[in-house]
Design a protein around this ligand. Structure first.
Ligand SMILES: Nc1ncnc2c1ncn2[C@@H]1O[C@H](COP(=O)(O)OP(=O)(O)O)[C@@H](O)[C@H]1O
Ligand SMILES: CC(=O)OP(=O)(O)O
Ligand SMILES: [Mg+2]
Length: 959
């Protein structure tokens, strides 16, 4: 029978003893020190302990801040006991050391055991560590990377009689596992249903020997040489250290009350597009904490720095509102340490002179701090000797004013001797020594000239040059690789320990030029943001190049190219500040490329619009003409490309390398009007902006990767899918992603609760059914030919038609392809691909124009009906976008005509205002029905810019 553990007992027993007893009963054996360990950290005069229960899946509980270590440990134990309280009553008594007694101990029957397990599952061992979180962690371990958006797909069905059942698919798993779908039990809420599906998937995956072996392999194993687990990287932290910036909180939607005075450390349990759930490392003692099962809500708007993903370590203030606890001013922790630690590949040693200054490090697991002065060889030995690589970021202020060079802490001793000493200690020790990354400064080799001669007034550049030379000499002698990174004047956080005027007064607090440009040697001029520099330093650790020497400076220009069949859209963004404040320095459109029509480049800057009449015989010429018109060409830090087809290989945007480019080439046949020009755009950009300029591919197909198999499978022999990836992919995904996020914003409804039918109607046209923010079906197929009637594309036809054309009318395959892609659609039906001509004919009641319009609209309405049903009638908004969607009131009128009984009704006065052309989000419906109708002008370029920036900064830290 259950042991009599009561609240009363808990109140009188020491919590550490109670926790010991509980663990013994839980594990059915005596527990040892190895099973329950306490770690205590000191914060000022106070102590906080974390108890780790290795006997219960390594769960950790943190206690409150206390006046001494003993109380802190008790408090941690108390937290653990509280978390397990629900399970205590149902457990058998403690295990006895007496073997005879052990036999007598009443055992649970299998049925009781099953009931117990079910109960535990229902209640959750620890509200923060749910099966979903565990599953995510396991999949990341197997995939050896962060999970991308859309790779973990939960779908929930709600039964008419009540109850929810969820399925989960984990696309990041290798091979066939990525296609499996696990279904959970029918549960009372959607959340529980998802947890149940996760639990079942978790069980099966963790019981499969192959998957277990895969999870146990270190990152990179199998591909390279050694087994190499646990490579250590030593880090020197100095006054030129880095951290993320603190930004201003964004405006609250509900009245908030901040309940923490200091920022707290925590982790992202789950991150969706616009919001997520966090947990604090230490539990929050507040009545509202229970409202969301201990989870803390965070909106994207409250994230002030860094990119948030599941598993990120974060730092934030906690507030309370009517709904429960939320997080604001969410920061991604110190970049380098956090990234390196979270990669789970390294033991990271941080070396600094004063540990007390590194309070932020408390939340970073896997980081070990050491106190040592870089000039103290003895003290450096422990942290550096077994490291495979060192990143050295020490430095002193350039001038010894106001006692800043006290205690012999001047350039010669730190920038020269300290650096040399660290390199010497590290490289003298046994073991593999790979790379020494040294943060130096621009101007080191130009220190005799203006303005560097002034900066060198105190000898700082002389000392840095000597430091560089010393490391190089040792490297030659001892055979390790060297990276010398030369930043410009550093700016941005951290502000503590920095005494430059700009940073002292935090004048640059609002700047966050995340982009950084690398230039070989020492010719660059400019400033460098600390967090970007941190990324560069980390990235250089992973380079295979033996020796590198480059300057790193901020550069805020990001170019987006959207190359289409006869046009090239481009936008040059200045990416200073948050994405909401990015501005277009110039954007434009080159049209008429390789056609017989007149070619021109239309550009728009802050000063107005210009049209350049130019000869554009091919896409290459168009690209270089556009590049000639770009201001600040040399400052472009990265280029984002719209790539139409990414096949199954790309579920999200990717940094372009030879492998990615080849995969895009492989998909070219599937998007013949687009991919070839996208590839050319990438190749020409490499020539124009240099190989150091990172390029990112943003795929039209990526957003649609959440479609369920029932929507993307064609009823063809299965092997065609398995072996040749024949399936529906869908396009215009970047546009749908943008439109879905905008709709969520204007409707003030969270993206994951939002159902929309979106129509992207431009020259190419498609529709998309979006359920809870994700694509569940779309009209385009394996290629952008399927679905709607387009400018020159036919859309849906009888699949037997091409065969008929070939077998009976003598067409070749190439001719059929040309016919369907370039000679059909509106052009085929009425002689013009431009909808403006078709509309004119329609209003003039010309038969062919009317026919073209009617076929086009009828096809859209057919899909509208299909998607209304796919969304079970629950549609928050019908959204129009793309050239026609934004500018043709006729199209919108005809699509919605007579559908008021289906909840779709347009207010014609609004629809036709401004000539029906809208460049702002505009609501069009009569406001009489649940379904709203909107024009949301798409901004594929901004979306591409954001993705590019995210990938480039992320890449710096992880590649
Ligand atoms: N005022 C208008 N009325 C109707 N259609 C328009 C109007 N302006 C532009 N369009 C249509 O929009 C198309 C271009 O849309 P867009 O989304 O920019 O094309 P793409 O598919 O090339 O990206 C043109 O081919 C034209 O048919
Ligand atoms: C995929 C596609 O058709 O794109 P666009 O509309 O830009 O031609
Ligand atoms: Mg387009």
């Amino acid at each position: 029978m259950a042991a009599p553990t009561s609240m009363q007992a808990a109140a009188t027993t020491d919590p550490k003893t109670e926790l010991n007893h509980f663990c013994q009963r839980y594990c059915q054996r005596p527990v040892t020190k190895a099973d329950i360990s306490y770690t205590t950290n000191k914060f000022g005069n106070q102590y906080q302990s974390i108890v780790k229960l290795d006997c219960i899946q390594g769960q950790e509980y943190a206690g409150h801040l206390c006046l001494n270590q003993k109380e802190a440990e008790k408090s941690a134990a108390e937290q653990a006991v509280m978390a397990f309280r629900p399970q205590m009553a149902s457990l058998p008594p403690p295990a006895s050391k007496d073997p005879k007694k052990k036999k007598e101990r009443p055992r649970l029957t299998p049925a009781e055991l099953a009931a117990k397990k079910a109960k535990q599952a229902e209640e959750g061992d620890n509200p923060a560590v749910t099966p979903k979180t565990k599953l995510n962690a396991l999949v990341m371990k197997i995939a050896k990377r962060y999970l991308q958006k859309g790779e973990t797909i939960y779908e929930t069905k709600t039964y008419a009689g009540g109850g929810h059942q969820a399925t989960v698919q984990l696309k990041a798993l290798p091979g066939d596992w990525g296609n499996r779908v696990w279904a959970g039990h029918v549960s009372s809420t959607k959340q529980k249903a998802e947890q149940s599906a996760a639990e079942i998937a978790l069980k099966q995956i963790s019981e499969d020997p192959d998957m277990v072996a895969e999870a146990a392999k270190p990152k990179g194993a199998g591909k390279g040489k050694g087994k190499g687990k646990g490579k250590g990287f030593g880090f020197m932290w100095g006054p030129w250290d880095w951290q993320m910036m603190w930004g201003a909180p964004s405006g609250p939607n509900l009245p908030r009350e901040r309940i923490t005075e200091e920022p707290v450390n925590g982790e992202v349990l789950e991150w969706k597009d616009s919001f997520g759930w966090l947990k604090t490392n230490a539990s929050i003692d507040h009545p509202s904490a229970k409202q969301r099962e201990g989870k803390i809500y965070a909106s994207k708007k409250d994230v002030t720095s860094g990119t948030i993903e599941t598993g990120s370590k974060v730092c934030f203030y906690v507030y309370k509102d009517a709904q429960g606890l939320g997080a604001e001013e969410v920061q991604v922790g110190r970049l380098v340490a956090q990234r390196l630690c979270s990669m789970n590949m390294f033991q990271v040693h941080g070396v600094l002179r004063d540990k007390e200054k590194a309070k932020w490090a408390q939340g970073v697991s896997g980081l070990k701090l050491f106190e040592a002065d870089s000039r103290d060889a003895l003290a450096l030995q422990e942290p550096l000797s077994n490291a495979n690589a060192v990143v050295c970021t020490t430095g002193v202020p350039a001038f010894g004013i106001a006692g800043q060079w006290e205690k012999g802490n001047h350039p010669e001793s730190v920038d020269h001797f300290g650096v040399k000493n660290a390199a010497h200690v590290w490289s003298s020790a046994s073991g593999q020594k790979r790379r020494f990354v040294l943060m130096s400064s621009i101007g080191v080799t130009r220190r005799d000239g203006f303005p560097y001669s002034i900066l060198n007034g105190g000898g700082v550049l002389d000392a840095k040059a000597k430091g560089e030379a010393a490391v190089r000499e040792l490297a030659k002698e001892r055979g390790f690789a060297v990276t010398v990174v030369r930043p410009g004047q550093l700016f941005g956080g951290p502000y503590e320990n920095n005494r430059y005027l700009g940073t002292l007064f935090q004048l640059d607090k609002d700047s966050s030029v995340g982009a950084v440009k690398l230039e070989a040697g020492d010719t660059a001029v400019g400033d460098t943001l600390r967090s970007s520099l941190a990324g560069v330093l980390v990235r250089s650790l992973f380079s295979t190049q033996a020796d590198m020497e480059f300057a790193a400076r901020c550069s805020d220009l990001l170019l987006v190219l959207n190359a289409g069949s006869s046009s090239l859209k481009y936008a040059l963004f200045s990416i200073t500040g948050s994405p909401g404040r990015w501005s277009r320095v110039v954007h434009g459109l080159a049209e008429g490329i390789a056609t017989k029509t007149e070619c021109r480049i239309k550009e728009e800057t802050h000063e107005g619009k210009k049209v350049h009449k130019v000869d554009l015989p091919d896409h290459r010429t168009a690209l270089s003409r556009v590049a000639d018109l770009l201001p600040g060409k040399d400052n472009i830090s990265s280029v984002g490309h719209r790539v139409v087809h990414g096949g199954e290989a790309f579920k999200s945007s990717a940094l372009i390398d030879e492998r990615v480019l080849q995969a895009v080439r492989d998909s070219s046949a599937l998007a013949p009007l687009h991919n070839p020009w996208n590839i050319l755009g990438i190749e020409v950009s490499a020539e124009l902006f240099g190989k150091n300029c990172p390029q990112v591919a943003v795929f039209d197909t990526a957003y649609h990767q959440t479609m369920p198999p029932r929507a993307y499978m064609y009823a063809l022999p299965y092997d065609l899918y398995r072996k040749h990836h024949v399936r529906k992919y869908g396009f215009h995904g970047t546009s749908y992603l943008y439109v879905a996020e905008e709709t969520s914003r204007v409707l003030k409804k969270p993206l994951d609760k939002l159902n929309i039918i979106a129509c992207h109607v431009g020259n190419g046209a498609s529709m998309c059914a979006i359920k809870e923010g994700r694509c569940i079906d779309t009209t385009m197929g394996m290629t952008p030919l399927e679905g709607l009637v387009m400018g020159t594309r036919c859309g849906d036809i009888d699949p037997a038609l091409p065969i008929y054309l070939m077998e009976n009318l003598g067409y070749t395959a190439k001719e059929v392809n040309n016919l369907m892609n370039k000679e059909s659609g509106l052009l085929g039906l009425c002689g013009s691909f431009d909808d403006r001509d078709v509309e004119r004919e329609y209003f003039e009641q010309k038969p062919r124009g009317t026919l073209a319009k009617e076929v086009q609209i009828y096809r859209m309405r057919k899909y509208l009906g299909a998607f209304l049903v796919a969304l079970e009638g629950q549609v928050d908004a019908l959204v129009f976008t793309g050239g026609l969607g934004e500018k043709s009131h006729l199209l919108r009128t005809l699509v919605c005509q007579g559908l008021d009984r289906l909840g779709l009704e347009i207010n014609e006065e609004v629809n036709q205002a401004k000539g029906g052309r809208f460049s702002d989000n505009t609501r069009l419906d009569t406001q009489r029905h649940a379904t709203q109708v909107w024009v949301i002008p798409t901004d594929e370029e901004l979306c591409i810019a954001q993705q590019t920036h995210m990938i480039v900064t992320h890449d710096m830290l992880t590649q």
